[in-house]
Design a protein around this ligand. Sequence first.
Ligand SMILES: [Zn+2]
Length: 136
Amino acid sequence: MAKDSLSQLRREVHAKLSELDRILKPAFEHEPVLPGVVTVSRHRCGNPGCACARQAKLHEAVRILIKFKDGYATRSLSEEEVRSFKPRADAYRRLRKARSDLGKWSKEVVGLLDQIERERRSLEGLSEEDRKRPLR
Ligand SMILES: [Zn+2]
């Protein structure tokens, strides 16, 4: 029983290794990064005669939300600016995702190591009295 579950746990650790390869891919990209998020905002301009007020056809603007140390800023982007900013913001998002996925990955692997430790525990050589005491 313990052997079955040990080899199952080892298979899971193996699978985790190949997952790590995929998670860390963005670390090997060369794209410059900018801590920001490019979004499309839809708004009404305020002109009561405009199509945005009469029909539900809102104006669209591409904006970037930039993260500064002391807070956020949003800027409207021209098409040319979108071409310049978006790849950097996308590369940033991939790098941040790698970071957060690695955090989850690491917790899961620690959990597997803990289970492997429990499966491989041996009380051989301990006194009768010590065998009754729970191990940490
Ligand atoms: Zn309008």
